[in-house]
Design a protein around this ligand. Structure first.
Ligand code: PLP
Length: 393
């Protein structure tokens, strides 16, 4: 079904990739098997050599994982998708498949924390270096290019300030120098944003977030043209961080409702952001769907709506922000996002707590900042939960 782009996203999300077995199962089958048997020694030899397509061993492929890969590829508009054990293993696989000692990455200075650690503390040991530049200033990306630069890596909107990186412009700058562009599309999912259509070469996902959407399993993926994902597959089949069949099966159930959830969560987030913006105890709201967002116009050109993440600064500092968090009875105090259950976190003391206070201030992450990943509860109930703490400030 990946070759049938006339289907709309809601159709692809429930149908793409499924091939029924001899039993005619309606739901996708869960193939919990680590290896596969062959009809003969000759067939085993053909499968191992790659002369004949087919499953060999679950580190290489598994039919349930393959359905997930085809379905996500169809949604991203990608020729191919390779699933991984987690979002971080997708990023690691992408980098180690396409970079070698001496290569250089230019990356956004507002990436997911573990991605920064991966680039700074792990890839650096293999002689792959990274320069971090302003998320929103394409000229800084251009200026950071060196002869050995092989990859631009970004995620948009950024976490937690929802700043927008201009995918089209960064792709044009990179491609003029033969540099690959990878976009972490975890926050928007293909329902809201399709980076490949805007010039990105590869998309990575933490499927743990919106794709599962119900807080159950870890997973990840790399999507793109086969000539690029093939290298990722070669890395994975040897290095091993492949997606388990069980997690793929859970993620397939997540994909079936992805569009419904993402649309509803974004609608809730838009209402919550507008309410927060008018609240007397709130100093500032960061939400790409609000006209007050400095990059609202750019956001409109690359994502369908403002998405499900809203950040805001309460008047005051850490004490006031913590008052809001500690008075939540409904919102979950956790740094996870993309779940149908709304979550709240204080970035300065959690996700961004290990960064020096100076670097945090430079990045615009103040002590009064809170990030909400909006779920599917009634907005009125979320407002009442936040109001309890806000009214005490
Ligand atoms: C969570 C997250 C990751 C890492 O994904 P895991 O599945 O936790 O390994 C990468 N990028 C972004 C934007 C994330 O939110």
């Amino acid at each position: 079904m990946a070759e049938t782009p006339q289907y709309r996203p809601e159709t692809l999300a429930v149908r793409a990739g499924q091939e029924r077995s001899q039993f005619g199962e309606h739901a996708e089958a869960l193939y919990l098997t680590s290896s596969f048997v062959f009809q003969s020694a000759a067939q085993a030899a053909r499968r191992f050599s790659g002369e004949e397509q087919g499953n060999v061993y679950a580190r290489f492929s598994n039919p349930t994982v393959s359905i997930f890969e085809e379905r996500l590829a169809a949604l991203e508009g990608a020729e191919d998708c390779v699933a991984t054990a987690s979002g971080m293993s997708a990023i690691m696989a992408l980098c180690l498949a396409h970079l070698k000692q001496g290569d250089h990455i230019v990356a956004s200075n507002s990436l997911f924390g573990a991605t920064v650690q991966l680039f700074n503390n792990i890839l650096s040991r293999t002689g792959i270096t990274t320069t971090f530049v302003s998320h929103t200033d394409p000229s800084a990306w251009e200026a950071a290019i060196r002869p050995e630069t092989k990859l631009f890596f970004l995620e948009t909107p950024s976490n937690p300030l929802t700043e927008i990186a201009d995918i089209r412009q960064l792709a044009a700058i990179a491609h003029a120098k033969g540099i690959l562009v990878a976009v972490d599309n975890c926050f928007c999912t293909p329902i809201l944003q399709k980076p490949l259509e805007m010039g990105a070469d590869l998309v990575v996902h933490s499927a743990t977030k919106y794709i599962d959407g119900q807080g159950r399993v870890l997973g990840g993926a790399v999507c793109g043209p086969k000539k690029l994902t093939e290298e990722v597959f070669k890395y994975l089949r040897t290095a091993g961080p492949t997606l388990s069949a069980f997690n793929a099966w859970v993620l397939l159930k997540g994909l079936e409702t992805l569009k419904l959830r993402v649309d509803a969560q974004a609608a809730n987030a838009a209402r919550l952001a507008a309410w927060l913006e008018g609240h007397p105890k709130v100093a500032r709201v960061f939400y790409p769907g609000l006209p007050s967002h400095p990059q609202h116009e750019l956001a409109k050109t690359q994502q369908k709506n403002g998405g499900g993440i809203v950040s805001f600064e309460v008047k005051g500092g850490r004490e006031q922000a913590w008052t809001v968090v500690d008075n939540c009875q409904l919102l979950s105090i956790t740094a996870n996002l993309g779940d149908v259950k709304t979550t709240i976190t204080h970035p300065a003391s959690t996700t961004h707590g290990r960064i020096s206070p100076e670097a945090r201030a430079a990045a615009g992450i103040n002590e009064g900042l809170l990030r909400i990943a909006v779920g599917l509860e009634a907005v009125e109930d979320l407002q009442a939960d936040l109001e309890r703490g806000l009214s005490l400030i």
